[in-house]
Design a protein around this ligand. Structure first.
Ligand code: 4AD
Ligand code: MG
Length: 419
């Protein structure tokens, strides 16, 4: 008999029929002659009632098994169905499973390879997969071409403090912080590109929102100005939110994510200039905005997503275009959402050679290290803009995850790169 998946049993369509299932023992309860097993597979969890079946008594938590039995509706069983098992075969008998309830954070991280079986993480990983699906669908609709950046690089792009240095056959190289500089090269032929790729930051900060290896969804477009970029970000975020609301309803419900905030999401988002933000916080615009400030600001704005923009030039990065109407600030914005904080950073880039060289000097960079990048302004430069979204942070927001580590299977942070 062919195996079916648990979701088919839970849909009700197999009631009264004999089915074969395979999966892992999620929970087990022994009552003299009767053993109740909660069986899980990738699609759900279902109750098995095993009467007079010796293997059921032998099988341990997290053993993998194959079973045959008849499905019946049962209001007492979680999910509403129970299988009266007639045959049970143990495929992989598990040793005593080291994970029980109330484990320390540290222990669950040491045993991450087992902990990822947790039903909570499974739901978040499914939402993550849908977010990435939505990303590809969005860019397809918009006519963008997918590209892949190199991950070894010779250039800093987002400041030198978060660079991971690696030995590259005796030379110094870095792990990429962003593919942006390469995307700026690619738009001179492909015009509109996007990617989903890892980026690396040697972030020493231990926060709920920082990874050292994160998944970066970046786009870059020739001929695109700053206003158009902001509109595209808004449309993009709304698209992903709607896709997840539509396709992950079950997961969001099971995670007890209150989706009101997502259902009521409206564009355009609020646009808050840096100066105004600092005024609201009772600070001077000479001050640097902290994570705590951003959280406070978010609360003041009723936890609605907003663009924090018009940053003073020196607080940002060398490639960002100064606003022609107020050159002290740059045409850059960060999209802020509750809990996850900044999920997108984007800007119009400096497209003029002289202006870019001057900006590099202002930021203390040696133009010699960026000759190839400057070439892009020498040979047919065009106005262009782009953004980068942290996929992990996006998932954190959408799934209502407490910690960014819950959004991907094997998170890398300042204190951890194993298992
Ligand atoms: O704001 P960032 O640093 O912007 C860039 O890297 C640009 N070059 C992107 C571009 O315009 N192509 O990073 C973009 C986003 C952030 O908004 C954040 O969501 C995420 O990447 N991010 C991180 N996510 C997790 N852990 C970290 N350490 C992150 N650093 C950035
Ligand atoms: Mg940023």
């Amino acid at each position: 008999m062919a195996f079916i998946q648990i979701e088919k049993v839970l849909s009700g369509e197999m009631t009264g029929k004999e089915v074969s299932l395979r999966g892992w023992i999620y929970r087990k309860r022994d009552q003299k002659k009767l053993v109740f097993i909660m069986l899980r597979d990738s699609t759900g969890v279902v109750q098995l009632a095993c009467k007079g079946i010796d293997e059921a008594a032998t099988a341990t938590m997290e053993s993998s098994i194959e079973v045959k039995g008849v499905v019946k509706e049962d209001g007492r069983a979680p999910g509403g169905y129970e299988i009266g098992v007639s045959e049970l075969k143990i495929v992989g008998l598990a040793d005593t499973f080291p994970l029980t309830k109330d484990l320390s954070e540290e222990y669950t991280r040491d045993t991450r390879h087992l902990w990822i079986r947790s039903q909570k993480l499974v739901k978040i990983f499914k939402i993550r997969a849908e977010v990435i699906k939505a990303v590809h669908a969005f860019y397809k609709e918009k006519g963008f071409i997918e590209v892949q950046p190199p991950l070894f690089t010779g250039n800093a792009c987002e400041g030198s403090t978060t660079l991971f240095e690696v030995k590259y056959f005796g030379e110094d190289a870095y792990l990429s912080q962003t593919g942006q500089l390469y995307f700026e090269a690619l738009i001179q032929s492909l015009e509109k590109i996007y990617t989903v790729a890892p980026s690396f930051r040697a972030e020493k900060s231990r926060t709920r929102r920082h990874l050292t290896e994160f998944w970066h969804q970046e786009m870059e477009a020739a001929w695109m100005g700053f206003d158009e970029l902001l509109k595209m970000e808004e449309e993009f975020v709304l698209y992903i939110v709607n896709h997840v609301l539509k396709n992950c309803k079950k997961e969001l419900d099971e995670l007890e994510r209150d989706t009101k905030e997502l259902e009521e999401l409206k564009i355009p988002f609020l646009r808050v200039p840096y100066k105004q933000a600092m005024e609201k916080l009772g600070k001077s615009d000479e001050d640097t905005i902290t994570d705590k400030d951003i959280k406070d600001l978010s609360e003041k704005l009723e936890n609605k997503p907003f663009f924090l923009m018009a940053y003073p030039r020196k607080k940002k990065v060398f490639y960002m275009k100064p606003d022609p109407e107020n050159p002290d600030v740059v045409l850059a914005s960060d999209l802020i959402v509750p809990r996850a904080g900044e999920i997108i950073g984007g800007s119009e880039r400096i497209s003029d050679l002289k202006e870019l060289e001057e900006s590099m000097k202002l930021f203390g960079l040696d133009t010699k290290d960026y000759e190839w990048y400057l070439d892009l302004r020498r040979y047919g430069t065009v106005p262009h803009s782009g953004f980068g979204m942290g996929i992990d942070r996006m998932v954190m927001w959408l799934a209502g995850a407490e910690h960014i580590m819950d959004t991907l299977p094997f998170p890398r942070t300042v204190t951890r790169f194993k298992p």
